[in-house]
Design a protein around this ligand. Structure first.
Ligand code: ZN
Ligand code: ZN
Length: 229
Protein backbone atom coordinates (compact mmCIF):
# COMPACT_ATOMS: atom_id res chain seq x y z
CA UNK A 1 0.00 0.00 0.00
CA UNK A 2 1.45 3.36 -1.01
CA UNK A 3 1.33 6.50 1.10
CA UNK A 4 -1.30 8.02 -1.23
CA UNK A 5 -3.48 4.90 -0.89
CA UNK A 6 -3.22 5.24 2.85
CA UNK A 7 -4.48 8.83 2.86
CA UNK A 8 -7.04 8.36 0.08
CA UNK A 9 -7.97 4.69 0.05
CA UNK A 10 -9.14 3.48 -3.34
CA UNK A 11 -12.86 2.90 -3.46
CA UNK A 12 -14.66 0.74 -6.04
CA UNK A 13 -16.58 2.94 -8.50
CA UNK A 14 -19.23 0.22 -8.67
CA UNK A 15 -19.99 -0.71 -5.07
CA UNK A 16 -17.82 1.66 -2.97
CA UNK A 17 -15.93 -1.20 -1.35
CA UNK A 18 -12.41 -0.14 -0.39
CA UNK A 19 -9.38 -1.56 -2.17
CA UNK A 20 -9.50 -1.05 -5.93
CA UNK A 21 -10.86 1.45 -8.48
CA UNK A 22 -13.20 -1.36 -9.57
CA UNK A 23 -13.32 -4.44 -7.34
CA UNK A 24 -13.04 -8.01 -8.68
CA UNK A 25 -16.74 -8.63 -8.29
CA UNK A 26 -17.80 -5.48 -10.17
CA UNK A 27 -15.11 -6.13 -12.80
CA UNK A 28 -16.61 -9.57 -13.38
CA UNK A 29 -19.95 -7.93 -14.15
CA UNK A 30 -18.53 -5.65 -16.85
CA UNK A 31 -19.72 -7.24 -20.08
CA UNK A 32 -17.95 -6.05 -23.22
CA UNK A 33 -20.44 -4.18 -25.42
CA UNK A 34 -21.78 -5.81 -28.58
CA UNK A 35 -19.33 -5.37 -31.47
CA UNK A 36 -20.55 -2.81 -33.97
CA UNK A 37 -19.71 -1.57 -37.45
CA UNK A 38 -17.67 1.68 -37.10
CA UNK A 39 -19.62 3.34 -39.92
CA UNK A 40 -23.28 2.62 -39.10
CA UNK A 41 -23.07 1.65 -35.38
CA UNK A 42 -25.14 -1.50 -35.97
CA UNK A 43 -24.01 -4.91 -34.69
CA UNK A 44 -21.27 -6.51 -36.75
CA UNK A 45 -19.06 -9.56 -36.22
CA UNK A 46 -15.84 -8.69 -34.39
CA UNK A 47 -16.37 -4.99 -35.14
CA UNK A 48 -15.65 -5.21 -38.88
CA UNK A 49 -17.19 -2.59 -41.14
CA UNK A 50 -20.14 -4.05 -43.10
CA UNK A 51 -19.39 -4.56 -46.79
CA UNK A 52 -22.19 -2.13 -47.64
CA UNK A 53 -20.84 0.50 -45.24
CA UNK A 54 -17.23 0.56 -46.50
CA UNK A 55 -16.02 4.01 -47.46
CA UNK A 56 -12.74 5.06 -49.00
CA UNK A 57 -11.92 7.27 -46.03
CA UNK A 58 -13.65 5.20 -43.39
CA UNK A 59 -12.68 2.99 -40.45
CA UNK A 60 -12.27 -0.73 -41.16
CA UNK A 61 -12.77 -2.14 -37.71
CA UNK A 62 -13.71 -1.03 -34.24
CA UNK A 63 -12.38 -2.67 -31.10
CA UNK A 64 -14.05 -1.83 -27.79
CA UNK A 65 -13.54 -3.57 -24.47
CA UNK A 66 -15.72 -2.00 -21.81
CA UNK A 67 -19.29 -0.76 -21.43
CA UNK A 68 -19.54 3.01 -20.93
CA UNK A 69 -21.79 3.04 -17.91
CA UNK A 70 -21.67 2.32 -14.21
CA UNK A 71 -18.21 1.78 -12.78
CA UNK A 72 -16.30 2.49 -16.01
CA UNK A 73 -18.14 5.74 -16.66
CA UNK A 74 -17.52 6.83 -13.09
CA UNK A 75 -13.81 5.99 -13.32
CA UNK A 76 -13.44 7.94 -16.57
CA UNK A 77 -15.17 10.94 -15.03
CA UNK A 78 -12.77 10.72 -12.10
CA UNK A 79 -9.85 10.77 -14.52
CA UNK A 80 -11.15 14.03 -15.94
CA UNK A 81 -11.35 15.74 -12.60
CA UNK A 82 -8.37 14.22 -10.86
CA UNK A 83 -6.07 13.82 -13.88
CA UNK A 84 -5.06 10.47 -12.53
CA UNK A 85 -2.67 8.41 -14.63
CA UNK A 86 -3.14 5.57 -12.22
CA UNK A 87 -6.84 5.26 -13.05
CA UNK A 88 -6.01 5.15 -16.76
CA UNK A 89 -3.38 2.46 -16.14
CA UNK A 90 -5.97 0.50 -14.22
CA UNK A 91 -8.68 0.90 -16.89
CA UNK A 92 -6.21 -0.15 -19.57
CA UNK A 93 -5.56 -3.41 -17.69
CA UNK A 94 -9.27 -4.14 -17.34
CA UNK A 95 -9.84 -3.24 -21.01
CA UNK A 96 -7.11 -5.64 -22.04
CA UNK A 97 -8.75 -8.54 -20.23
CA UNK A 98 -12.11 -7.81 -21.82
CA UNK A 99 -10.89 -7.17 -25.38
CA UNK A 100 -8.42 -10.06 -25.19
CA UNK A 101 -9.34 -12.00 -28.30
CA UNK A 102 -9.30 -8.94 -30.52
CA UNK A 103 -5.93 -7.92 -29.15
CA UNK A 104 -4.73 -11.45 -29.89
CA UNK A 105 -5.93 -10.94 -33.47
CA UNK A 106 -3.91 -7.78 -33.75
CA UNK A 107 -0.76 -9.35 -32.37
CA UNK A 108 -0.98 -12.36 -34.65
CA UNK A 109 -1.25 -10.17 -37.77
CA UNK A 110 2.34 -9.12 -37.38
CA UNK A 111 2.15 -6.15 -39.74
CA UNK A 112 3.65 -2.68 -39.57
CA UNK A 113 1.24 -0.65 -37.53
CA UNK A 114 1.42 2.49 -35.49
CA UNK A 115 -0.74 3.76 -32.68
CA UNK A 116 -2.08 7.28 -32.38
CA UNK A 117 -4.82 8.99 -30.39
CA UNK A 118 -7.60 11.52 -30.85
CA UNK A 119 -5.93 14.78 -29.83
CA UNK A 120 -7.32 17.23 -27.32
CA UNK A 121 -7.51 20.96 -27.78
CA UNK A 122 -4.25 22.46 -26.43
CA UNK A 123 -5.89 24.68 -23.81
CA UNK A 124 -7.97 21.86 -22.36
CA UNK A 125 -4.97 19.55 -22.27
CA UNK A 126 -2.83 22.11 -20.46
CA UNK A 127 -5.60 22.65 -17.95
CA UNK A 128 -6.05 18.95 -17.32
CA UNK A 129 -2.38 18.09 -17.50
CA UNK A 130 -2.75 15.22 -19.91
CA UNK A 131 -4.86 13.68 -22.64
CA UNK A 132 -6.28 10.35 -21.50
CA UNK A 133 -6.69 9.07 -25.07
CA UNK A 134 -2.99 9.69 -25.67
CA UNK A 135 -2.10 8.01 -22.39
CA UNK A 136 -4.18 4.98 -23.38
CA UNK A 137 -2.64 4.95 -26.84
CA UNK A 138 0.84 4.88 -25.36
CA UNK A 139 -0.05 2.02 -23.03
CA UNK A 140 -1.56 0.01 -25.88
CA UNK A 141 1.45 0.72 -28.11
CA UNK A 142 4.00 -0.34 -25.53
CA UNK A 143 2.01 -3.44 -24.66
CA UNK A 144 1.92 -4.48 -28.31
CA UNK A 145 5.45 -3.43 -29.12
CA UNK A 146 4.23 -0.84 -31.64
CA UNK A 147 5.36 2.76 -32.05
CA UNK A 148 3.15 5.56 -30.72
CA UNK A 149 3.10 8.82 -32.66
CA UNK A 150 1.04 12.00 -32.35
CA UNK A 151 -0.10 12.01 -35.95
CA UNK A 152 -3.08 14.32 -35.55
CA UNK A 153 -3.66 17.72 -34.09
CA UNK A 154 -6.78 19.61 -33.20
CA UNK A 155 -6.92 22.83 -35.14
CA UNK A 156 -9.84 24.26 -33.22
CA UNK A 157 -11.82 23.61 -30.09
CA UNK A 158 -15.08 21.67 -30.22
CA UNK A 159 -18.10 21.69 -27.93
CA UNK A 160 -18.74 18.84 -25.57
CA UNK A 161 -20.80 16.25 -27.44
CA UNK A 162 -23.40 15.83 -24.68
CA UNK A 163 -26.88 16.78 -25.73
CA UNK A 164 -26.01 17.20 -29.41
CA UNK A 165 -27.99 15.25 -32.01
CA UNK A 166 -26.33 13.22 -34.76
CA UNK A 167 -26.12 16.08 -37.27
CA UNK A 168 -24.85 18.54 -34.67
CA UNK A 169 -22.17 16.08 -33.60
CA UNK A 170 -20.85 15.87 -37.14
CA UNK A 171 -20.94 19.65 -37.59
CA UNK A 172 -19.11 20.00 -34.29
CA UNK A 173 -16.06 18.07 -35.49
CA UNK A 174 -15.90 18.99 -39.20
CA UNK A 175 -12.52 20.56 -39.89
CA UNK A 176 -11.44 20.23 -36.26
CA UNK A 177 -8.46 17.96 -37.00
CA UNK A 178 -5.46 17.94 -39.28
CA UNK A 179 -2.27 16.00 -39.77
CA UNK A 180 0.44 17.09 -37.37
CA UNK A 181 2.76 19.47 -39.22
CA UNK A 182 5.75 17.34 -38.27
CA UNK A 183 4.18 14.31 -39.86
CA UNK A 184 4.24 13.85 -43.63
CA UNK A 185 2.81 11.34 -46.10
CA UNK A 186 6.26 9.74 -46.23
CA UNK A 187 5.87 8.58 -42.66
CA UNK A 188 3.00 6.36 -43.74
CA UNK A 189 4.95 4.57 -46.48
CA UNK A 190 5.78 1.43 -44.56
CA UNK A 191 2.80 1.57 -42.23
CA UNK A 192 -0.01 -0.79 -43.18
CA UNK A 193 -2.38 0.01 -40.34
CA UNK A 194 -3.04 2.92 -38.02
CA UNK A 195 -4.69 2.18 -34.69
CA UNK A 196 -6.63 5.24 -33.63
CA UNK A 197 -7.35 5.35 -29.89
CA UNK A 198 -10.00 7.21 -27.90
CA UNK A 199 -11.51 6.73 -24.45
CA UNK A 200 -15.22 6.70 -25.33
CA UNK A 201 -17.11 5.84 -28.53
CA UNK A 202 -20.53 7.49 -28.63
CA UNK A 203 -21.63 7.96 -32.25
CA UNK A 204 -18.12 7.72 -33.63
CA UNK A 205 -18.32 11.15 -35.32
CA UNK A 206 -14.95 12.25 -33.87
CA UNK A 207 -13.12 9.03 -34.72
CA UNK A 208 -14.55 8.95 -38.25
CA UNK A 209 -13.43 12.53 -38.79
CA UNK A 210 -9.92 11.67 -37.55
CA UNK A 211 -9.77 8.54 -39.72
CA UNK A 212 -10.68 10.64 -42.76
CA UNK A 213 -7.77 12.99 -42.05
CA UNK A 214 -5.39 10.05 -41.58
CA UNK A 215 -6.38 8.31 -44.81
CA UNK A 216 -6.38 11.52 -46.88
CA UNK A 217 -2.92 12.08 -45.38
CA UNK A 218 -1.66 8.74 -46.68
CA UNK A 219 -2.65 6.10 -44.11
CA UNK A 220 -3.76 2.86 -45.77
CA UNK A 221 -6.07 1.37 -43.15
CA UNK A 222 -7.44 2.69 -39.90
CA UNK A 223 -8.89 0.68 -37.03
CA UNK A 224 -10.59 2.40 -34.14
CA UNK A 225 -9.78 1.35 -30.61
CA UNK A 226 -12.02 2.67 -27.87
CA UNK A 227 -11.73 1.89 -24.21
CA UNK A 228 -15.50 1.95 -23.79
CA UNK A 229 -18.81 2.35 -25.57
ZN1 ZN B 1 -17.26 -3.16 -6.52
ZN1 ZN C 1 -22.38 -0.85 -41.12
Amino acid sequence: MSFVDWIYPKVCAGCEKEGEYICDECRGKLNPPVSICPECNRPSIDGWVHARCQRRYGIDRLIVGLPYHGAVQKCLKNVKYKSSWEVINFLHEVWEQKAEFMIHDLRSMNINALVTAVPMWGMKERKRGFNQAERLGKLIASEMGLPYLDVLERVRDTRAMWGLDHKQRIQNVVGAFSLNSQFSVLNFQKIKLVLLVDDVWTTGATMRMCAGVLIRGGAKKVWGIALSR
